[in-house]
Design a protein around this ligand. Sequence first.
Ligand SMILES: C[S@@+](CC[C@H](N)C(=O)[O-])C[C@H]1O[C@@H](n2cnc3c(N)ncnc32)[C@H](O)[C@@H]1O
Length: 217
Amino acid sequence: MNNDDPKLLVARGYDKIGGTYGRMATRSRTLQRNRYETVVLDRLPEGSKVLDLGCGSGVPTTRRLARRFDVTGVDISEKQVERARLNVPNATFVHSDMAALDFAAESFDGVTAYYSIIHLPRDEQGPLLSAIVGWLRPGGLLVCSLGTHSNEVDFDRSWMGAPMFWSGFDSDTNRKMVEESGFRIIRAREETTSSARDAETFLWIIAERSAERGAAS
Ligand SMILES: C[S@@+](CC[C@H](N)C(=O)[O-])C[C@H]1O[C@@H](n2cnc3c(N)ncnc32)[C@H](O)[C@@H]1O
C-alpha cells in the first residue's frame, strides 16, 4: 500500500465499485446475510431505532431492515450514500466515517455492521465498539461481522476493480475486544461462505449492551 490514507482509499474504492458490490451482495454470502438479518428482525420489536454502520448502497440489508425498523445508515463513501438514498427512500442516511460519529446516549435499540468494521484500522475497532455501547439503550442489540485473522494492513490493489484496505484481529482477540467494550456476547461464531470460489470466513457477533455498564453509569 502506498502512503494513502486508508479511509480515503476505502471511500474512493466504494465510490467506484459500490454499485457492483451491491449487485454481488444480493447473490453471494446470502446464507449468512439472511441468517443475521433475521436475528435482528426477530429480536427487535417493529419500529425499533436501528443504526446500520457501513450500510453501503443499502441493498440488500438496509432495505430489508427498513421495512420493519426506523433505520439510520452511515457510510464513508459519498457515492454509496447517494445510492442508498435512492435504493432505500424510507431510511435516513449520514455520510460519515463510523469512527467519527457522535450520537446521543442510548439513542438506538440496535446496531448492525455487516462486512464494514473490517475496513477500519484495527486500533479504531475497540474504541468504535465502546462508542456503540454508549449509543445503545441498556440491553440494546449489536450484530456485526469481524475478521478471523490478525492482520494490521491487508491491501489489494484491485479488489473488484479498486484498491481496497482491511484490518483486523484474530477471532479470540475480537471476542475479548467485544466483551471489554461493554457487551455481553450472546453468540460469536465463525461462518464460512458456502461458495467455494470465494470462500471467506468471518466472525459473526450477536451481543447485547451488558447490564453492568448501565448499573455503573
Ligand atoms: C463490504 S461493504 C458492506 C456494505 C453492507 N454493509 C453490506 O452488508 O453489504 C463495506 C461498506 O462499509 C463502508 N465503510 C468502510 N469503512 C467505513 C468507515 N470508516 N465508516 C463508514 N463506512 C465505512 C464502505 O464504504 C462500504 O460501503
